[in-house]
Ligand binder design. Structure first.
Ligand code: SF4
Ligand code: FES
Length: 335
């Protein structure tokens, strides 16, 4: 919802409450309270009005804004983007992890950004022009390598795929490292544990005939339907955003997590794979699928639409009601 629409709703509900209360008092005093059910109608309106006002307040607290409806939609001189020819100047509040103090420390930079500047683009500019000591990880600049994961306004995001102007709130963008991974320096996190978990689920096709696997004379033919069962899960770029967003990963480091589990499902669903039930048994553990609480935040933040939450629930279902979710026929080698 736009700031201007929120401002209209806020002002409307603010003004509406005293007006409705005054009308109710007037009806009460005049003794016309029960007239045509107007009294009841006004009370319902007042309840709706107060609920609306409360909901907006909760939303603002959730978004980390000041709970001051008068200021909604109004940018202060200090906070509003400064127009500067073709570009706006935004304030970047970067929370950097300092190994020495083991703390996140804030650095503030004002950066001119254009319509298409990404958060990563702005950070690269900061490093080149303002502060060469800032560290972040990136490579492809196009949402493929998965290395530029960080939090933008508290949400795990790919910096290269996040537009700076669109993410700014009152001219400010808050950047930080992903706290669901061990921190190394500034915005850089350690992915050793992440890749270890990925590796633990045997992320490759297994065939009973090892010789055939390595010296296959032809391709394994698959129907469109067979491909469709695992394809959405194969788009994972291992960016780790889902792990950062998962509340269970953040409280139980032993939990395999949405990335590894979604990949276990991806190979389980692939008709070329012959590991079958053994794949399910690998994740049929307390720290496997059964620690997932189905918060759904993993699927919410995934930049590739992988939907780990559904993958995990599907595996749970398959364990409880074997063959309910899928019936996969083994892929045959092309004749
Ligand atoms: S499932 Fe999505 S969010 Fe998680 S690592 Fe893969 S691409 Fe990133
Ligand atoms: S730099 Fe590769 S995904 Fe962002």
């Amino acid at each position: 919802m736009k700031e201007s629409q929120i401002a209209i709703l806020t002002y409307g509900s603010m003004i509406g409450a005293p007006v409705l209360l005054a009308l109710l008092a007037l009806l009460n005093l005049s003794g016309l309270g029960t007239l045509y059910g107007i009294y009841t109608g006004l009370r319902i309106l007042l309840a709706v009005d107060l609920l609306l006002f409360g909901a907006i307040g909760i939303r603002e607290i959730y978004l980390g804004k000041r709970v001051n409806p008068i200021k909604l939609g109004i940018k202060t001189a200090e906070e509003q983007p400064i127009r500067n020819g073709e570009a706006d100047t935004l304030r970047f509040r970067v929370y950097r992890f300092k190994e020495e103090s083991k703390r996140l420390e804030e650095s503030v930079y004002d950066v001119a950004v254009g319509k298409y500047t990404s958060v990563l683009g702005a950070l690269v500019k900061i490093k080149a022009e303002k502060d060469p000591t800032i560290s972040m990880r990136y490579s492809c600049n196009m949402g493929i390598c998965g290395s530029c994961g960080m939090t933008v306004n508290g949400k795990p995001s790919l910096a290269c795929e996040t537009n700076a102007l669109k993410s700014a709130r009152n001219g400010i963008i808050t950047i930080g490292p992903m706290l669901g991974h061990p921190l190394l320096k500034d915005l850089v996190t350690d992915f050793d544990d992440f890749f270890g978990k990925h590796e633990s689920i045997s992320p490759h096709l297994e065939r009973e005939d090892r010789k055939e696997k390595y010296e296959a004379p032809k391709e394994y033919a698959q129907t469109r339907e067979q491909i469709g069962r695992f394809l959405p899960y194969s788009y994972c770029i291992m960016c780790g955003l889902c792990m950062d967003a998962c509340p269970v990963v953040n409280t139980n480091p032993a939990f395999l997590g949405p990335q590894a589990l979604s990949q276990a499902y991806r190979y389980y669903m692939d008709s070329r794979d012959q590991m079958g039930e053994r794949r399910l048994q690998m994740v049929n553990t307390k720290d496997g699928v059964w620690d997932c609480e189905y918060a759904g935040t993993c699927s919410e933040v995934c930049p590739k639409g992988v939907d780990p939450a559904t993958a995990i629930q599907s595996m749970k279902f398959e364990m409880l009601v074997p063959k309910f979710v899928m019936k996969k026929e083994g892929a045959e080698m092309e004749k």
